[in-house]
Unconditional design. Structure first.
Length: 187
């Protein structure tokens, strides 16, 4: 099965079944969302404090990698934040277990908007235009939050279409899928 950008991103940061389960904890989701302005400041810091800012950028990257690994799996997947992560996982698996076309379009649209705003951030950063960079950064974040919201709805929609998806929403993180979308042994 050919990998797409969503699968590639998950693989790049090493998202195993256990890490996905931990990332579904609302504290993981909300702390990532609330960290967005701080990450912007870290990225902008070399402009203000020179090379010392590179260390802050490194810390921001480390935080984004560590964050989904720091919380325990939630007792249930019923919160909006948990559903958003579960929905993202369902979306990544869409080639094996198809999702309704509207959710695919929403995911691609919100991701494209996020990427477009991120391009605006990069261009503003190159020009050292802090206001334009801040607006673009936060536009990208809002598009990402919209993506998470659509994925939360996808999780609700798909819970009756596959027993593993229902298990995740119930907090059974031992339920897993193989690449063909079949129930697999937990890794």
């Amino acid at each position: 099965m050919q990998m797409d950008a969503f699968q590639g991103a998950a693989r790049l940061i090493g998202m195993s079944d256990a890490i996905w389960a931990r990332h579904a904890h609302p504290l993981s989701v909300w702390s990532r969302m609330l960290a967005a302005p701080l990450i912007f400041i870290c990225l902008w810091s070399p402009v203000w404090i020179g090379w010392y800012g590179v260390g802050l950028i490194g810390m921001a990257i480390l935080w984004m990698w560590l964050n989904p690994r720091l919380t325990p799996p939630p007792k249930t997947g019923r919160s909006w934040a948990s559903k958003g992560v579960i929905g993202e996982r369902i979306f990544i698996n869409r080639k094996a277990v198809p999702v309704p076309v509207g959710y695919k379009r929403a995911a691609l649209l919100t991701s494209a908007l996020s990427a477009l705003f991120m391009l605006g951030f990069i261009l503003a950063y190159i020009r050292l235009d802090v206001l334009a960079a801040a607006l673009a950064w936060h536009g990208s974040a809002v598009a990402k939050y919209w993506f998470v919201d659509r994925m939360a709805l996808l999780a609700e929609t798909m819970k009756d279409r596959h027993p593993v998806y229902a298990a995740w929403l119930a907090g059974d993180w031992s339920a897993t899928l193989d690449e063909a979308g079949e129930t697999a042994e937990s890794s």
